[in-house]
Design a protein around this ligand. Structure first.
Ligand SMILES: Nc1ncnc2c1ncn2[C@@H]1O[C@H](COP(=O)(O)OP(=O)(O)O)[C@@H](O)[C@H]1O
Ligand SMILES: [Mg+2]
Length: 327
């Protein structure tokens, strides 16, 4: 039995069009899946299908070995969700909101009070635990929503736009919290977001959706390998590279491209073995080399490259892209 997430041809149609078309993917237990794409891509639809609050028209899913369409109640006892709009009761205090959610979930007993206090502290809500949620900031609401999603210590966590509407500091706080949740006893996390930002570094796998279609899926590093030849690297020369220095670098075997950067030059090389030769030639030419380091693409780089290639190929005759956008 697969105790992560598996979907096979998962499809949901809405009167207005496709919500999600033919989604097939697999996420191992304990992994973080980033579900990416612009507004209307189908991220929220996917989360709702996986958590069994929406039924598919075709295909199926298994989460923790359960079919969300037929075993939704059983599944939701083991999953937590932060919905796009956290749906808190403004009249209640933070603590009361958690008590209310616990009661609905049937979590009772003497340990509940302590659990709630612990979660409020962990999510930085201890100080305003007993004030009405009405005056809370977006960041505080997200943190409270996160705390609520964890009341029953779920094995799978669905987070829909956990950082939308947050300022940079609040974003960093929430991303750090999510990172800490991901490392706790093999919890599987689905992170749906149209804004990558720092959330990118949490993802083991990424799925890019566009108008309901899965356009790319895999480990960010594998997708990057398919998108680009070789490796990007930066040479730190303490200042923008001179024309002479750029010529020296360009002449090294295995250097595909070289461009000046504020600190020196950015190059694309066949592999990391090329870098020592680059350094040797530069030093030979009298250049001060402070560092030469590979710069692996971030998940954000991968996402934007996929989007750019899709945009570039839109409207063109249907010729196969020789570089091959991964599907
Ligand atoms: N309840 C619904 N009724 C009708 N259309 C819907 C409903 N939910 C989503 N859709 C449509 O499905 C598509 C995907 O929406 P959604 O999953 O919310 O995208 P995302 O979360 O990526 O922004 C959109 O075109 C949206 O209008
Ligand atoms: Mg959404």
């Amino acid at each position: 039995m697969h105790d992560g997430i598996v979907t096979d041809g998962l499809t949901r149609l809405f009167p207005g069009g496709v919500g999600l078309a033919d989604l097939s993917l697999e996420v191992a237990s304990g992994e973080v899946l980033a579900l990416l794409g612009p507004n209307g891509a189908g991220k929220t639809t996917t989360v709702r299908l996986l958590n069994g609050v929406l039924r598919p028209d075709r295909g199926h899913a298994r989460v923790l070995g359960l079919d969300p369409a037929t075993h939704g109640d059983e599944l939701r006892r083991r999953t937590g969700v932060l919905t796009e709009h956290a749906g808190l009761d403004d009249r209640l205090t933070a603590r009361e909101n958690l008590h209310y959610a616990a009661r609905i979930r049937g979590i009772t007993g003497p340990a509940v009070e302590a659990r709630i206090g612990e979660l409020l502290d962990r999510f930085g809500m201890g100080e305003r635990a007993d004030q009405p949620v009405r005056g809370a900031s977006t960041g505080q609401r997200k943190r409270l929503g996160l705390a609520r999603s964890l009341l029953h210590d779920p094995e799978v966590l669905f987070l829909d736009e956990p950082t939308s509407g947050l300022d940079p500091t609040a974003t960093r706080d929430v991303v750090e919290l999510i990172g800490s949740l991901a490392t706790e006893h093999g919890r599987t996390i689905v992170l749906a977001t149209h804004f990558l930002g720092e959330a990118g570094r949490l993802a083991d796998r990424m799925a890019v959706l566009d108008r309901g279609e899965l356009v790319a899926y895999g480990r960010p590093a594998d997708l990057a390998d398919d998108l680009w030849d070789g490796l990007e690297a930066e040479v730190d020369l303490g200042a923008r590279a001179t024309t002479e220095q750029l010529d020296v670098v360009a002449a090294v075997a295995g250097v595909h491209t070289v461009e000046p950067s504020p600190a020196g030059a950015v190059l694309r090389v066949a592999g990391r073995d090329v870098l020592p030769h680059v350094v040797a030639r530069l030093v030979g030419a009298g250049a001060p080399v402070y560092a030469a380091v590979p710069r692996p693409p971030t998940l954000e780089d991968v996402y934007f490259e996929i989007e750019a290639r899709r945009a570039a190929s839109a409207g063109l005759p249907p010729a196969p892209d020789p570089r091959g956008v991964p599907t």
